[in-house]
Design a protein around this ligand. Structure first.
Ligand code: SIN
Length: 327
């Protein structure tokens, strides 16, 4: 997209990755029968005015339905963000994304990027072709966050609410405001182009040193999530362990157990998890509860992931394994 830079303008770069925000349906009345990731990111900015003193630019990093998000796209995004954020003329970054895995991408970026400037991910629940699409307002609000002096860290901006990357979860399948930050609450609200803070900006993420591994093209360590539920059995875990024993390429290195309540496990899963630990697999527990954190107890055999949900715990464990096995 052509930039109209004036002297003194700061820049906000809008990176497109696809999602419903870029979705196209055959009919304007159809909010669910669309194909995600069709409209280019430059088109998503049509009619959106840049805040005063801000020049907007766009880049298409990917064009996917976020259910198909991949580690390779996360690496491309993280490396491009790190490069752009290092430019003193850049105020912040907006990333357009699907709602389905936006919390995962946001958490990954939160872990690996410096937090001194804002990176605002945004999305939509209705396709760009809808009678009344929600994307344009969300994109505009995210630009406000990315352009705001003092804003920092990775957030998800949707329906006028700014959620911290570590806290945000998609909790609704259909409504236009499908996210919650649970107990932690949102960081801020965007009201008519102004930020109203609810609490402080997120602190720096834990794994910035892993950017080096990503730049070196390291493969994602395989980390699986297994759910503990009524009637659960350990066969899935044992199958993964058998692959590992045969040294199948890409065999499991880490396992996140989506545990009940305060981190408890069906005894069959607990038994299989002990076999996984004995085989050298790093095993963590994350709660399947939507809110709250696992409170550790003395003698816990399997470390817990605190307040991280299972999909974010998987990312944290992947990054931990990259760090442990890094060059
Ligand atoms: C997606 O996540 O890419 C599709 C669904 C959405 O954006 O709401």
């Amino acid at each position: 997209m052509g930039e109209k830079l004036r002297s003194g303008d700061r820049r906000v770069l809008v990176l497109g990755t696809g999602g419903t925000v870029a979705g196209r349906a055959a009919s304007a009345g159809d909010n669910i029968g669309y194909v995600a990731g069709q409209v280019g990111v430059s088109e998503l900015l049509a009619g959106i005015e840049a805040p005063a003193g801000i020049a907007l630019a766009t880049e298409q990093v990917a064009q996917v339905d976020s259910k198909d998000m991949e580690f390779s796209i996360w690496c491309d995004l993280a490396l491009r963000c790190a490069q752009v954020l290092a430019d003193p003329a850049v105020a912040g970054i907006v990333i357009t994304h699907g709602t389905d895995t936006i919390e995962e991408t946001a958490y990954f970026l939160h872990c690996v990027l410096p937090s001194d400037k804002p990176v605002a991910l945004t999305c939509a629940m209705r396709p760009a072709t809808a009678l009344s699409p929600d994307g344009p307002q969300n994109v505009r609000d995210a630009i406000v966050v990315a352009a705001s002096p003092g804003a920092r860290g990775v957030s998800v901006v949707c329906a006028g609410t700014v959620h911290g990357a570590a806290d945000v979860q998609k909790v609704h399948t259909y409504r236009l405001d499908p996210f919650s930050s649970g107990d932690a609450g949102p960081v801020a609200f965007v009201e008519e182009g102004q930020l109203r803070m609810a609490k402080g900006w997120p602190a720096a993420g834990p794994a910035m040193d892993v950017l080096r591994e990503l730049a070196a093209g390291r493969e994602a360590p395989r980390v699986e999530i297994v759910l503990s539920h009524a009637g659960a059995r350990g066969h899935l875990i044992d199958t993964l362990l058998a692959e590992r024993a045969r040294a199948v390429p890409g065999a499991i290195q880490g396992l996140v157990l989506a545990a009940t309540g305060n981190g408890t496990l069906h005894h069959e899963i607990e038994g299989a998890a002990a076999r996984a630990q004995a085989a050298g697999v790093v095993v963590w527990r994350a709660t399947r509860c939507l809110e709250g954190r696992i409170l550790p107890k003395a003698g816990d055999a399997i470390p817990d992931a605190g307040a991280l949900n299972p999909v974010k715990a998987r990312i944290a464990l992947m990054l931990e394994l990259l760090r442990i096995h890094g060059s």
